[in-house]
Design a binder for this molecule. Structure first.
Ligand code: SF4
Length: 317
């Protein structure tokens, strides 16, 4: 459907990805290295969607080099493609702009030549386009539902309706298979915990799973709220782990190894998103590596127990 001429393609690449590729001088210690290569579709004016929390939105007065806390320099895809074999996965995130689908198919075709499992994070498209993207090499789908309740969703100026997103998640599961669609949910946009859990259960019942993010305030976005409290985020991580991994709260209370797993970044296999929501100085919302969980475990364990006990008493109430 999209043959496309062989023009050179430019993409944005996260600075951590560039570091692993040996193409930047910033320094990152081993436990913080990205295990997935993160690529973002390039648009000098940003994305035409209006999402209030996103620095890529053209309606926010933010630098378009930013997505969440991270800078994303522009580079020719040909220059980085050979080095992508160093990663467990490649994730390509699209933006809305004229011609974005045709360009996405070309990028996907090029990326699939690397043989590395490929995730595509995209806004709702028709089923035949999804099938074309799958046939071009996409292995998993990321869907930025972002808001954990319909009410919050409607305040965020998302580009499609709540129902369109849910139908798209269903189509995605149909095309890519169960547990191969990862729905991004942002904690801290104003949702209640019960709504978050309900939406995670809905996502699971459709056959998809949840990838959790913490709301990250960035100067220039049209949303004047703070990052979520760490205890609220821990609660969300535990709930997600219980829902997606079918783990009982009682087991979590007695098995520290499971508690530690609940703290790791959730999403496609190999996706760890270091510094996406975290400052190097903390707090650590998502842990990008088991080594870092071990490092912090003596200081996290009490908080985790408290969150688990609170959750257990609210379930008994
Ligand atoms: S979970 Fe990670 S790899 Fe998967 S689509 Fe989302 S950001 Fe990309």
């Amino acid at each position: 459907m999209f043959p496309g001429p062989a023009l050179s393609l430019k993409v944005r690449v996260s600075s951590g990805t560039l570091y692993v590729l040996g193409m930047t001088s910033i320094r990152i210690s081993r436990e913080f290295l990205p295990t997935t290569a993160y690529l973002l579709q390039f648009s000098s004016t940003g994305c035409s969607a209006g999402c209030r929390f996103c620095p890529q939105s053209a309606r926010n007065s933010t630098s378009k080099r930013m997505l969440s806390r991270i800078t994303w320099p522009v580079i020719e895809l040909d220059k980085i493609a050979p080095g992508l074999r160093k990663f467990k996965r490649v994730c390509f995130q699209t933006v809305l702009k004229p011609g974005y689908l045709e360009e996405s198919v070309r990028v996907v075709r090029k990326l699939s030549e690397t043989g590395v499992p490929l995730s595509l994070a995209i806004t709702p498209v028709e089923r035949d386009v999804l099938m074309e993207l799958r046939d071009a090499g996409v292995e998993r789908l990321g869907v930025g539902l972002d808001a954990a309740s319909k009410k919050v969703f409607n305040l965020m100026d998302k580009p499609f309706s709540w129902t369109t997103y849910l139908n798209f998640i269903r189509e995605g599961v149909d095309v890519f298979g169960r547990r191969k669609v990862h729905v991004h949910l942002i904690v801290g946009l104003g949702e209640r915990t019960e709504e978050l859990v309900e939406t995670m259960k809905l996502i699971k019942s459709i056959g998809a799973s949840t990838a959790l993010f913490a709301f990250t305030p960035v100067r220039g976005i049209r949303l004047n709220i703070r990052a979520p409290a760490l205890a609220a985020y821990r609660r969300a991580q535990i709930m997600r782990f219980m829902v997606d991994e079918n783990v009982d709260l009682r087991r979590l209370l007695v098995e520290p190894e499971l508690m530690k797993k609940a703290l790791l970044t959730s999403g496609c296999p190999g996706c760890n998103r270091p510094f996406y929501n975290e400052r190097p100085s903390g707090p650590m919302y998502n842990y990008p590596s088991p080594e870092l969980v071990e490092r912090d475990w003596p200081i996290i364990i009490e908080d985790m127990r408290k969150v688990l006990l609170d959750a257990s008493s609210s379930l008994q109430a």
